[in-house]
Design a protein around this ligand. Structure first.
Ligand code: FAD
Length: 310
């Protein structure tokens, strides 16, 4: 069995692996796709000390750093179930899709999350070419340009407020008849001169010139009419879904599926820790996921030295 088994090979899992391996304890890491979400990212400019890099390159750097140490890397392995130990210090079991079960004295679960997509024509084609999901990451790339934010919940309205300070103009598009964000955010949004809010609108297509986004079309749901908006960027803010479906019977999740953790990264089950976008920690960013991966690793090490193997 492993001392520490990490599930997830994104920034959180990779950071955890480097930290535990450097303690000289037996570390394994199973990931469906090593690198995680950064594989789908182009420019990364906010990982402190790395002024500018690209997603696939960052992912390769993560993997190279982990491979510097004695870590059992199991790439292209999907975890499908978790059976926590019934006794403190006992072995937890992770079931993989290929039928194999892995056992470990501690677990660090870092399966990340995925942005909910609009699933309209043009969205995939123009991803990273105008279609974006993370205002903190990509907002500055649209300085002085026109953008839309899709979604009028808290994250959509926060994104619109944030972007309004950077870009020339923001169009906020909400499917429902009203925005769902907190009243204080809605008041702030309404006070901004360069924001237009369109409700009862279904985005139907992302338009582009073959290279990058040039606009979008939406359907006015009250009148069943189609409209076009010219712009350079579209921020999709209709939900971030944690990859935690396989954990719901094993550890405590919030109603949104986020793993509940304490300030040390421990879940509701002793000896099982979690980090990154799959958890309740606010602000889903690489630097935060990596920091929390390190934190979970140190907590797992602390657990191991306090519990005799059983
Ligand atoms: P992830 O990166 O999601 O990694 C999760 C890992 O778990 C993957 O290896 C995955 O394959 C694996 N996994 C999932 N389920 C299972 C399972 N059942 N079994 C086994 N393995 C599993 N952040 C920034 O700070 N700066 C940016 O510029 C930036 N740009 C972004 C651009 C895009 C398009 C996107 C989508 C995100 C961007 N982010 C950016 C956010 C950033 O990528 C995430 O915050 C970060 O990757 C989270 O790290 P993580 O390790 O928690 O999860």
């Amino acid at each position: 069995p492993f001392d520490v088994l990490i599930v997830g090979g994104g920034p959180a899992g990779a950071a955890a692996a480097v930290y535990t391996a450097r303690k000289g304890i037996r570390t394994g890491i199973a990931a469906e796709r090593f690198g995680g979400q950064v594989m789908d990212t182009m420019g990364i400019e906010n990982f402190i000390s790395v002024q500018s890099t690209e997603g696939p390159r960052f992912a390769a750097d993560l993997e190279r750093h982990v491979r510097d140490y004695e870590v059992d890397i199991m790439n292209l392995q999907r975890a499908e179930g978790l059976i926590p130990s019934r006794v403190p210090g006992g072995l937890h079991e992770v079931k993989l899709a290929n039928g194999v079960s892995l056992k470990s004295r501690t677990l660090i679960v870092a399966p990340g999350a995925r942005w909910r997509q609009m699933n309209v024509p043009g969205e995939d084609q123009y991803k990273n070419k105008g279609v974006a999901y993370c205002p903190h990451c990509d907002g500055p790339l649209f300085k002085g340009k026109r953008v839309a934010v899709i979604g009028g919940g808290n994250s959509g309205v926060e994104a619109a407020i944030d972007l309004a300070g950077i870009v020339a103009h923001v169009t906020l598009i909400e499917f429902d008849t009203d925005l769902r964000a907190d009243a204080v955010l809605q008041r702030k949004l309404a006070s901004l001169p360069n924001v237009k809010i369109i409700t009862s609108a279904l985005t139907t297509e992302v338009l582009g010139d073959g290279e990058k986004v040039s606009g979008l079309t939406y359907k006015d749901r009250n009148h069943d009419t189609l409209h076009e908006v010219e712009l350079e960027g579209i921020f999709v803010q209709i939900g971030l879904v944690p990859n935690t479906e396989w954990l719901k019977d094993a550890i405590a999740l919030t109603p949104r599926g986020e793993i509940e953790i304490d300030h040390r990264g421990e879940t509701s089950q002793p000896g099982i820790f979690a980090a990154g976008d799959a958890t309740t920690v606010p602000y889903k960013q690489i630097v935060i996921a990596a920091g929390d991966g390190a934190k979970a690793a140190l907590s797992a090490f602390d657990y191991l030295i306090r519990h005799e193997p059983v």
